[in-house]
Design a protein around this ligand. Structure first.
Ligand code: UGA
Length: 438
C-alpha cells in the first residue's frame, strides 16, 4: 500500500517506520531540517529501536520524507498525524488538523487513484473527523472514491515502536465497511497475528475512545496518589502493598497504579483537559471526576516538597539536588514534568537548586534556567547538597543506590518521589523519606 503521513512528529514517524516494514510510506512535514534528517537516516526524536528501523526503511526505499512543496504521488491511504496542542483554556487547538486536511483536499487529484482512505490519527474531539473530512468528501461528491477513518494511537513515548508493533487492540472508527477493511489490511500485512484484535466502531466513538483511555489511566494514577496520602497517615500501611493487592482483582489490574510525583508529558494533562473542555463547553456537562483527577495531580509536587520540609524546615541558601527532569525515564521530554514544578517550589523556599537528567541537557525550560543550575554531571549535582529529591526513576539513579547517591552530599536526606528504593535496605547513614509510607 502507498501511505502518505502528514506530520513527521513522534506519532507520524513511529507509525511510519513500522508501516514501512510492508508498505511504501511518504512522510510530509513543513520542517525542512526534519525532512533532511529523516532522509539522512537520522531520527529527530529519541525513541528506542527508531534509529535501526529508520535506517533500514530508508535503505530499502520504503520511507522518505518530503516537504509539502514536493509531489505527493498516488496514495491508498492518507494519515494525518499533526499536533493538537492545548489552548490556554484547555480546549484543543485544531488549527494544524484543519490546515493538513485542507492541504489534502486541495491536492486530492494528485493523491487519488481509484480509491483512497483519508484518516486522522491525531487526538481530536468527537465530531472532528466528520466535520473536517467526511463533510468535505460529501460536498465533493466523492463518497465512492474516498473512505474516512479515525484511527487513534496508543503509543507511549520511549516505547512507541514496541507499542505500534504489538498493540493490545487496533481501534478503527470508520465511515463505512470498505474504509475499515483498508485499515485492517494495512495493519495485518505489517503485524500479522498481532493485528487480530481489531475493533471497528463509529468515527465519534473512536475519537472519544482515545480521550477516555488516557483519562482512565490518569484516573488510576491520581486515585493511587490519593490513597498514598491516606497510607502516609496509617501506621503500618504501605501504598504499594495496598495497590498491588487491589490490582490482583482481575477486574482492576495493577498497571498504572504507581504513586509518586504525578503524571506529566504531552498526553495525559492535555487529554484530560481536552475531555473536560469538550464536555463542559461543547456539551454543558459537568466533569466532577475528571476535575478531581487534575486537582490530585496538581498537588503532587507540593506533597513531595512537603516531605523535604518536614525534615528540613528551612531551605534558605541550602543546595538541593533534583534528580530527573524528563516526565518519565526513557525520554528527554520535559513537557508538564512534575520536576519543573518541584524546582519552582524549591526555589520559592529559597533553596539553591541543582538539577540533573541523563537525557535533558539544555535548560530550554522557560524561566526555569534562572531557578536551577542544570548539570550533565551527577556528582556535581549532588556534591555538597543538603538534600536530594529523586523525581524521575532513571536506571542510573537506581543503580547507584541510596548510599551511592548520598555519599557526596553534605547532608544525608533523600526524598524518593517515585518509590524506587522502598525495597532496598536503608543504610544508617541515610535519612530516607518517600510517599505512601507512614
Ligand atoms: C500515554 C499513554 O500511555 C499512551 O497509551 C498514549 O498513546 C499516549 O499517552 C498519547 O496519548 O500519545 P505517555 O504520555 O508517553 O503515553 O506516557 P506514559 O508511560 O503513559 O506515562 C504518563 C505519565 O504517567 C508519566 O509522567 C508517568 O511517570 C506517569 N505514571 C505512569 C505514573 O505516575 N504512574 C504509573 O503507574 C504510570
Amino acid at each position: 500500500m502507498n501511505v502518505l503521513i502528514i506530520g513527521a512528529g513522534y506519532v507520524g514517524l513511529s507509525m511510519g517506520v513500522v508501516l514501512a516494514k510492508s508498505h511504501v510510506v511518504t512522510l510530509v512535514d513543513i520542517d525542512e531540517s526534519k525532512v533532511a534528517m529523516i532522509n539522512r537516516k537520522e531520527s529527530p526524536i529519541h525513541e528506542r529501536d527508531m534509529d535501526d528501523l529508520l535506517a533500514d526503511a530508508v535503505s530499502r526505499n520504503k520511507i522518505r520524507a518530503i516537504t509539502p512543496a514536493e509531489p505527493f504521488g498516488r496514495q491508498n491511504l492518507v494519515l494525518i498525524c499533526v499536533g493538537t496542542p492545548s489552548m490556554e483554556d484547555g480546549s484543543v487547538d485544531l488549527s494544524y488538523v484543519n490546515k493538513a486536511t485542507d492541504m489534502v483536499f486541495e491536492r486530492i487529484e494528485e493523491i487519488l487513484d481509484d480509491y483512497c482512505v483519508i484518516g486522522i490519527k491525531s487526538t481530536v474531539p468527537p465530531g472532528t473527523t466528520r466535520k473536517f473530512v467526511s463533510e468535505k468528501v460529501a460536498r465533493m461528491g466523492y463518497m465512492d472514491k474516498l473512505g474516512v477513518v479515525f484511527n487513534p494511537e496508543f503509543l507511549r513515548e520511549g516505547s512507541a515502536i514496541a507499542d505500534a508493533t504489538n498493540p493490545d487492540r487496533i481501534i478503527i472508527g470508520a465511515s463505512d465497511y470498505k474504509a475499515s477493511q483498508v485499515l485492517k489490511k494495512l495493519y495485518q500485512e505489517v503485524l500479522g497475528d498481532a493485528a487480530n484484535n481489531v475493533i471497528v466502531i463509529s468515527l465519534e466513538s473512536a475519537e472519544l475512545c482515545k480521550y477516555v483511555n488516557n483519562a482512565f489511566l490518569a484516573t488510576k494514577i491520581s486515585f493511587a496518589n490519593e490513597i498514598a496520602n491516606i497510607t502516609e497517615r496509617v501506621s503500618g500501611a504501605d501504598i504499594d502493598e495496598v495497590m498491588r493487592a487491589v490490582g490482583e482483582d482481575s477486574r482492576i489490574s495493577p498497571k498504572f497504579f504507581g504513586s509518586g510525583a504525578g503524571y506529566g508529558g504531552s498526553c495525559f494533562p492535555k487529554d484530560v483537559a481536552g475531555l473536560i473542555s469538550f464536555a463542559e463547553k461543547n456539551l454543558g456537562i459537568a466533569t466532577h471526576v475528571l476535575r478531581a483527577i487534575q486537582l490530585v495531580n496538581s498537588e503532587r509536587p507540593a506533597r513531595i516538597v512537603n516531605l523535604l520540609l518536614e525534615e528540613l524546615p528551612s531551605l534558605k541558601g541550602k543546595k538541593v539536588s533534583v534528580l530527573g527532569l524528563a516526565f518519565k525515564p526513557g525520554t528527554d521530554d520535559t513537557r508538564e514534568s512534575p520536576a519543573l514544578k518541584i524546582i519552582d517550589l524549591l526555589h520559592e523556599h529559597g533553596a539553591e537548586v541543582w538539577a540533573h537528567d541523563p537525557l535533558v541537557h539544555e535548560m530550554d525550560l522557560g524561566n526555569l534556567a534562572k531557578k536551577a543550575q542544570l548539570t550533565d554531571n551527577l556528582e556535581e549535582c549532588l556534591n555538597n547538597s543538603a538534600a536530594c529529591v529523586l523525581v524521575t526513576e532513571w536506571e542510573e539513579y537506581i543503580q547507584r543506590g541510596l548510599a551511592g547517591l548520598t555519599e557526596l552530599m553534605q547532608g544525608n536526606l533523600l526524598i524518593d518521589g517515585r518509590r524506587v528504593f522502598t525495597d532496598a535496605e536503608i543504610p544508617e547513614s541515610v535519612s530516607y523519606r518517600t510517599i505512601g509510607q507512614s
